[in-house]
Design a binder for this molecule. Structure first.
Ligand code: LLP
Length: 443
């Protein structure tokens, strides 16, 4: 395979790779076709329709393995953050690899238990608004740790645990007041954010918690935000956490766990996947160095960095149109399928699934938009793309995290199907919704 044009940039090995297509799917053998592992996306789109989320099992496994390798020198558990992509088959795949889970709702917990009942003992439960009903289910399931975010929540949990005559293992999620240099909507570690307990007040709260007989103080947790690509905020945060652990131990608490949260970013514009292992090692150093000598069990909650580049949203061009010279590609995926561009102004690389060789590789600028009735419905603005025709397939890359998970039914659009590829096999892991599914439950 000879990379040409932007093809190199567009590859996401081992998940998404341009290969010369065989199998008679294509008429011109000179074309390079984007494959998910060993299956041409043209074939998958033909079979399952579009818009379609396609994920690579190998990419997910490889990325999890990079975490495990980077943290091999410390006792740790990777608790994949379910919110990034909560499909049962993906959870099951991760559970089989020995992964734990970070959940933020009773619904997510139920998904984990459905995927693998035995994973309960590796579940951490985060979130500012856990209800008593949710806590009760989690206590009955025997989860590893509650990351408690306020005093009120602490007493609610104590009550629930007492009622069940059990004890809840708790960490306080502290707010370290560290800036994360990411989109304001996904930055969580500043005083002005709703998350966590102010670090300064946390010692007093630990003291109160340790008196409650149904609570077992066991750890400290923190999460400063998402899509963070620089290491200093992690380092700074963990230094503060390490100081707190020392103080808490002096106060007589048995702090076994430090939950470092998630947040490691990915490069949506120019990914260098060969560097991922190296990058995770740098992250691991930033997290582990401040904790050196403390002998804690480290919990990690990565979401995006595990599944993001392992997924793509495949869409078909319905129409090409231009309004006074402004050119649009109207595609069959929309903001209801992938809201990240509209909501966070996020950039996702978009490539034609078939890269034709030869002379027709002129570039044009397009807004790539969906059929939804608002101007906020776009997947890319002023995007330079090789010549694309109506009916062509496009792949919107790095859509494995916070893609399907944030999908909605706006404009009564059924949500996309999802397919998981492993080597030479592809299987549907979620059926395409039908309009009847959307109306069920309405009176
Ligand atoms: N732990 C906690 C407590 C979290 O709130 C989050 C993400 C994670 C772990 C996982 O973070 P990750 O490793 O995926 O960065 N919808 C946004 C991202 C929202 C992140 C919310 N919390 C987006 O599409 O960029």
């Amino acid at each position: 395979m000879t990379p040409r044009g932007n093809i190199n940039l567009a590859q996401r090995p081992p998940g998404f790779i341009f290969r010369k297509s065989r199998n008679g799917v294509l008429s011109r053998s000179a074309n390079l076709v984007l494959h998910c592992e060993h299956i041409p996306l043209t074939r998958i789109a033909e079979r399952y329709g579009t818009p379609l989320y396609v994920y690579s099992a190998s990419a997910i496994r490889e990325r999890l393995a990079a975490y495990t390798a980077a943290f091999r020198n410390v006792s740790h558990t990777v608790c994949y953050s379910v919110k990034a992509n909560s499909n049962l088959s993906i959870l099951r795949l991760l559970a089989r690899e020995g992964c734990g889970f970070d959940v933020v709702s009773g619904g997510e917990l139920q998904r984990v238990l459905t995927a693998d009942r035995r994973a309960a003992k590796k579940v951490v439960f985060s979130g500012v608004g856990k209800t008593r009903a949710e806590m009760t289910v989690a206590l009955k399931a025997g989860i590893l740790l509650f990351n408690v975010e306020s005093e009120s929540e602490l007493w609610a949990l104590a009550e629930c645990a007492a009622q069940l005559r059990t004890t809840a293992r708790v960490a306080l999620r502290v707010n370290p007041d560290v800036a994360a240099n990411t989109h304001p909507y996904i930055s969580t570690g500043l005083r002005k954010h709703k998350f966590g307990v102010p670090m300064r007040e946390s010692r007093a709260l630990y003291a109160k918690a340790s008196v409650a007989r149904s609570l077992e103080v066991a750890g400290v947790s923190v999460h400063i935000g998402s899509q963070i690509k620089e290491m200093p905020p992690f380092d700074e945060t963990m230094s503060r956490v390490a100081d707190l652990v020392r103080q808490l131990r002096e106060d007589g608490h048995n702090i076994e766990y430090v939950d470092a949260g998630g947040g490691l970013g990915i490069d949506y514009e120019k990914p260098n996947l060969a560097e991922f292992a190296n990058y995770v090692s740098k992250y691991a150093a930033a997290v582990m160095n401040p904790l050196r000598g403390l002998k804690v069990h480290l919990l990690l909650e990565p979401g995006r960095s595990i599944v993001g580049p392992a997924g793509a949203l495949i869409t078909r061009v319905i129409y090409k149109k231009s309004n006074e010279g402004k050119r649009f590609l109207v595609v069959d995926a929309a903001m209801n399928d992938l809201i990240r561009p509209s909501l966070y102004d996020a950039y996702h690389q978009i490539v034609p699934v078939i890269q034709s060789g030869g002379a027709s590789t002129g570039k044009e600028k397009f807004d790539v938009v969906g059929p939804i009735c608002e101007s906020g419905d776009f997947l890319a603005h002023d995007r330079e793309l090789p010549t694309v025709e109506e009916g062509d397939l496009l792949a919107i890359l790095d859509a494995g995290a916070y893609g399907m998970a944030l999908a909605s039914n706006y404009n009564t659009r059924p949500r996309a199907a999802e397919v998981l590829v492993s080597g030479k096999t592809a299987k549907a892991i979620r059926k395409r919704e039908r309009v009847a599914d959307l109306m069920r439950g309405e009176l």
